[in-house]
Design a protein around this ligand. Structure first.
Ligand SMILES: C[C@](O)(CO)[C@H](O)COP(=O)(O)OP(=O)(O)OC[C@H]1O[C@@H](n2ccc(N)nc2=O)[C@H](O)[C@@H]1O
Ligand SMILES: Nc1ncnc2c1ncn2[C@@H]1O[C@H](COP(=O)(O)OP(=O)(O)OP(=O)(O)O)[C@@H](O)[C@H]1O
Length: 289
């Protein structure tokens, strides 16, 4: 059995530079991982059967991105093996933290290993793109400046501060934000160096604040403590702190109805830190003292 994390991501900035013919949008975004997220365990099964427990409320098993990722891998490689998978869900759905995409990426990486398929990271990222625009960055596991639909990745090394992530307790559907006629879609495409030197913003934030006053209210509150923004298409917002204590201090005062967590920004995904630990030889028990 292997147990692996499916970390959250933040969009440290997010600009929409245009609408494409396929209905998707071109973006410029800076992805960073958090040391907080879902967790999955995988046990091989000899027959091709896939079992995922527990089911997510409101999500049919066949629509769960974990099952979709496993089926895609089976069909692409002709693999006849199966798996028993347990998903410990900690990330809110529709929170802008990429939980579903991260679950899918961890499943691709884990089953490639468990089923000994030998696909490269490049091949897994390409498969992942079919499951969601955010899946490739989770498969690659390196903080990145993303362009295209979010899948053209340039490794980046932003600071790794403490974050307080707050959830106003609502779900925002990504597709609803991208189809809204009032979404600002005309940001200029700039170089990474230019983007890093300008203030970091999220083009979806004004629209989501307008459509969901809960987000506007919570963000107004959080901004009193620290620089804060929305991640992805919301609903979660995050604030940046120099210390864990300062983030805890703000969390302790969070308004009723909101929930949150504190996490450290990671430029290397906790998925890859965990994989490296699996590959390290266990320390020998008979070393001389
Ligand atoms: C906005 C971000 O959260 C930024 O990280 C992501 O790019 C969204 O990634 P995701 O949830 O993996 O997105 P997908 O599942 O591929 O797409 C959900 C819906 O969002 C819209 N969508 C998504 C990504 C993108 N670059 N342009 C879009 O227009 C599409 O209408 C799509 O139907
Ligand atoms: N394993 C999964 N975890 C979460 N959501 C899933 C999963 N499988 C399918 N879904 C569906 O995907 C939708 C989006 O979930 P997700 O948690 O990834 O949203 P998000 O954090 O807003 O993502 P993003 O920032 O990538 O837009 C859910 O509302 C749910 O219907």
């Amino acid at each position: 059995m292997i147990v692996l994390p499916a970390p959250a991501k933040l969009n440290l900035f997010l600009y929409i530079t245009g609408r494409r013919n396929d209905g998707y949008h071109n973006l410029q975004t800076l992805f960073q991982f958090l040391d907080h997220g879902d967790s999955l365990s995988f046990e091989p099964a000899a027959d091709g059967h896939l079992l995922l427990e527990p089911a997510l409320p409101g999500v049919e098993q066949e629509h769960n991105l974990v099952i979709k990722a496993a089926r895609l891998l089976q069909s692409k490689t002709g693999c006849t093996k199966g798996a028993r998978i347990r998903l410990t869900k900690r990330l809110p759905m529709g929170g802008g933290l990429g939980g579903g995409s991260s679950d899918a990426a961890t499943t691709l990486v884990a089953l490639n290993r468990l089923w000994q398929l030998g696909l490269s990271q490049e091949q897994l990222a390409r498969l992942g793109r079919r499951l969601g625009a955010d899946v490739p960055v989770f498969v690659r596991g390196q903080a990145a400046f993303a362009e295209g639909v979010g899948d053209i990745l340039t490794p980046a090394h932003p600071p790794e501060p403490w974050y307080l992530v707050l959830n106003p307790g609502i779900e925002v559907a990504t597709a609803a934000v991208f189809t809204d006629p009032e979404l600002h879609r005309a940001s200029p495409a700039l170089s990474l160096a230019q983007r890093l030197s300008l203030p970091w913003e999220n083009d979806c934030e004004p629209l989501v604040k307008k459509r969901h006053p809960e987000v506007a209210k919570l963000l107004g509150w959080l901004l009193e403590y620290a620089p804060s923004r929305m991640t992805g298409t919301g609903a979660c917002i995050f604030a940046t702190f120099d210390s864990r204590e300062a983030a805890e201090n703000a969390l302790a005062r969070a308004p009723e109805g909101s929930t949150g967590f504190i996490a450290k920004g990671c430029n290397i995904s906790p998925l890859f830190t965990a994989l490296r630990q699996l590959d390290e030889p266990a320390p020998s028990s008979n070393t001389a003292t």
